[in-house]
Design a protein around this ligand. Sequence first.
Ligand code: ATP
Ligand code: MG
Length: 351
Amino acid sequence: MIELKNVSVTFEKEDRMVRAVSDVNLQIQAGEIFGIVGYSGAGKSTLVRTINLLQRPSVGEVIINGIDLTQLSAPDLRKARKKIGMIFQHFNLMNSRTVAENVAFPLKGTKLSSADKETKVYELLDKVGIKDKAQVYPDQLSGGQKQRVAIARALATDPTILLCDEATSALDPKTTQSILNLLRQLNEELQLTIIMITHDMNVVKNLCHRVAVMAQGQVIEENSILKIFTQPQKTLTQEFINMATHFDWDYELVLKKMQEANALKDYKIARFSFVGQEVTEPFIAQLAKDYQVHCNILYGNIEALRGSFVGNLLVTIQAEEANWTRALSFLEKHEVNVEILTAGEDAKWMD
Ligand SMILES: Nc1ncnc2c1ncn2[C@@H]1O[C@H](COP(=O)(O)OP(=O)(O)OP(=O)(O)O)[C@@H](O)[C@H]1O
Ligand SMILES: [Mg+2]
């Protein structure tokens, strides 16, 4: 388990202090894939670099499996760091060395014989799917292949934790997907704990079990993927989710169409979001039948989130106030989240 306790990092920048990380407390379980999202400058890289003490916290503790890394002697810290691999956006490979030499690099100074090192390097390259590139130089590889080499290199010391700083940000969507598949496979096969910094909620959605949202050095929200996507607490979190689901964009478009048709004033417009089995339950039909609440679906999408489904519906609502109130508690009971988006100025609730 990784525990960050009251971690702050302060930098001195032209006679002023920049608080890059501000009093962060996080617990990340062994075997978990944990996402960190936030805008540029939020402190994501700085925070993640404290986990292997590439960045020493100004204040706080970094406890890995019960040991506070900040208290270790230099040799013990070197040993502890071998259990934490890291990959980056721009791969950071050594261009004057072959793929095999890049992957072998962290094995320098270990007790392994040259033959064992070579076996290990080929096993690692096989695992990440580029054994045939062993003798090639990095500049002959695509971005996705380079990241595979970087992953193999990061795994050379048999780490239990892999830190990924924007590891897919320089890749196209298809290559991103293949790297995410590889990371998921490594997580499952090796029980590797993965910490994934990204701007992209799609990456989080496809890969992570839990996610923390950072702003101005702080973790402002943290939850399971399902909870974050269905019950975001902070506006910033909602912004990130909307980017991934295109909900904002679609919503604007639908709204514009309704405005043009002068239909906006007649309805309340709401967003229903729901999870899992609710997707298959015909609750819209039930609203009409049992509660006389008439919903018209304007737009809908269903997202797959690590085995669960999350639905978003944009609906118009017509109902008598009392029926709507009863319907709301029905929806709440079925864990359908309701957000009223426009009240419809002259929304006569039902004629
Ligand atoms: N070595 C440093 N010296 C001074 N200031 C720094 C240093 N590293 C980071 N900062 C500052 O700390 C803040 C957080 O930076 P950080 O790189 O952690 O953000 P980030 O969330 O990773 O951003 P990005 O998404 O752009 O990578 C920024 O204001 C940055 O300018
Ligand atoms: Mg960064």
